[in-house]
Design a protein. Structure first.
Length: 272
């Protein structure tokens, strides 16, 4: 795929570098379902007639719906936040505070994009009370992803966005559907547990339950499921009933310094 499309959001564990490998594994059917859409790289770089895209993060799904429904207005309003006077710690923390107090989904969507690009390392993280708590990132000139926003708006006309638990999204699957799951990854170490991006952790029980859901929905051979995760002894154990497992080496992208990015093994488990 020469003409790859980048997501307009920075995202921990984004699948841009893996799109080619994943799309080669996904069968060519008419509808793709993603229970963990994240920044949407797989959605943006596959070609299905229809998509059901879910994420447990309400801010993310609201943002996607707004871009789908009123892209021109949103892009013009968002552009104002990408000027030098907005690129300082004081303004960032004031907007973050306004965001955490606001119930206005349009305002929250603008600030969500602003914080994603101006915040530290493009992380998305909430505290126990549901407050966004990523610190200021100190970038010289944060990039305004106009081209990427426009492409997302165009492609999103094929999508239905939902915000629910992954089990509810699995229940939407019908014969002929393909389900691609990119859950928060199993940590490679005890300190690397990064699962709080929506305020509710995705622990080992949920990882095992997701594997069960994949087995259940693919049992009759009518729905195909692909799950990506870290390649660990534990993930190999929970995906032992998969039809096929593929391991690949991937460079990690969430790090400010490119020289410190290590290659880690990832697993793709196919159920069909």
């Amino acid at each position: 795929m020469n003409n790859k499309h980048r997501a307009f959001l920075k995202w921990a564990g984004g699948k841009y570098s893996l799109c080619d490998v994943i799309s080669n594994i996904l069968p060519k059917e008419s509808r793709l379902i993603e229970p963990f859409v994240g920044a949407g790289s797989v959605f943006l770089n596959t070609d299905y007639d229809e998509y059901i895209l879910n994420d447990i993060n309400q801010d993310l799904i609201n943002l996607y719906k707004i871009i789908q429904q009123q892209p021109e207005t949103f892009i013009e309003d968002a552009r104002k936040f990408f000027t030098p006077e907005y690129n300082n710690a004081e303004t960032y923390y004031q907007l973050r505070s306004d965001f955490n107090e606001s119930k206005d989904s349009y305002f929250r969507s603008l600030v969500f994009l602003y914080m994603n690009r101006h915040g530290y390392n493009g992380l998305c993280r909430y505290n126990k009370k549901g407050g966004y708590n990523v610190p200021f990132g100190k970038y010289k000139r944060p990039y305004f992803p106009e081209k990427e926003l426009n492409y997302f708006a165009e492609k999103s006309q094929k999508a239905t966005f939902v915000c629910e638990g992954y089990r509810a999204t699995f229940e939407r699957a019908q014969a002929g559907d393909v389900v691609y799951c990119d859950p928060p990854y199993v940590p490679l170490s005890k300190t690397a547990s990064f699962t709080s991006y929506s305020g509710n952790g995705f622990g080992l029980d949920e990882q095992a339950d997701l594997a069960n859901a994949a087995e259940e929905v693919s049992e009759n051979g009518k729905v195909t499921v692909v799950i990506s995760n870290h390649d660990t002894i534990w993930t190999r154990k929970i995906y032992e009933h998969a039809t096929k497992i593929k391991s690949i080496k991937v460079a990690r992208t969430i790090s400010q310094s490119a020289t410190k990015r290590k290659k880690v093994a990832e697993l793709l488990a196919l159920y069909k």
